[in-house]
Design a protein around this ligand. Sequence first.
Ligand code: PLP
Length: 370
Amino acid sequence: MEMARRAAEYRAAGRRIIDLTLGEPDFAPPAHAVAAAQQAAVRPMVYTPANGIPELRRAARRALQRDRALRYSDAEVAVGCGAKQVIFNAFFATLRRGDEVIIPAPYWASYPDMVRLCGAVPVIVPCSAESGFRLSPDALEAAVTERTRWVVLNAPRNPSGATYSHDALAGLAEVLRCHPSALILSDEIYAHIRYHAKDYNSIAQVAPDLRERILLVDGVSKAYAMTGWRVGWGFGPTELIRGITAVQTHNCTQTSAVSQIAAVVALQGPQDLLAERRETYRRRRDAGLAILKRSRHLDTVEPDGAFYLFPRLAVGADVAVADALLEAGCATVPGSAFGAPGHLRLSFATDIATLEEGCRIIVATLDGIS
Ligand code: PLP
């Protein structure tokens, strides 16, 4: 957010800046979802249930069954203002002072701050580029204590784009079985943005015996390019869902009724746009990678999913390099923001020409630094 703000400031001052900081799709929301919202907005819009309108809870459950072959009952789903609020509500409902939450790094920057806001302690577990940025069962085992309340799993991961194979999740599940008081957050907000043909692996599919401890989170933000509409949901055990809904009731009642109606239509309407956009992202990923790979100062792992490149820098410190890149006309985010100093995050949720220009600036600037 800070880098995007600085990029906007430079632009306002008349500088040309390529902005690769953004974590949101540059596509329009599905036209049928927008049309449904337009029609809904002229009707009286009253408070909805805190856990979302029944139509949306049903549509989210059906979509999960369609896409990931997982079944949940109506009492096992709650809708909130984006995946973000569902995660926050879950932490707020369950964390007590001094509890620990295991967060593999690099991580989405909100997890540790949410944990701190709830008075608990983020336990960061570094996952190296050599390990494909994946949490290993040994690293998980070493991090778990009797105070561990949550283990955060996110795939495809922001910012690394890493995913977990069935076997990798089975290995983590083995460890989690030995620590029954830890809940498991499976943040699947990027599940539809994946670049290999294999089916999506969710820990809820791989380890159905852990179901009563898993909160599976998803939403319309990334898949349907509806970040600003603020609709996300979580599937989990009834008691946890009740806790999430209680927090929701007292902080903002519900997410926007109009947005909920649009989300139902996005989930139920034609789904071909997901595959089309995935192919567009893939072309962008490959175009960005092709340029970054030319630099001897960067080591870039091909991401399995999401829309970020996360190269490791062979020269300079990430914050200083991101500053130098901004001066040179390209805004990126230093890896330190994600608990992984020495890296840069570049979003490819932008058109190919812009992305290529940004990557060329990066390569040329690093040549100048070395
Ligand atoms: N989880 C991850 C890993 C994300 O990267 C983001 C957004 O950047 C979110 C959750 C939040 O999604 P939402 O817009 O549904 O709150």
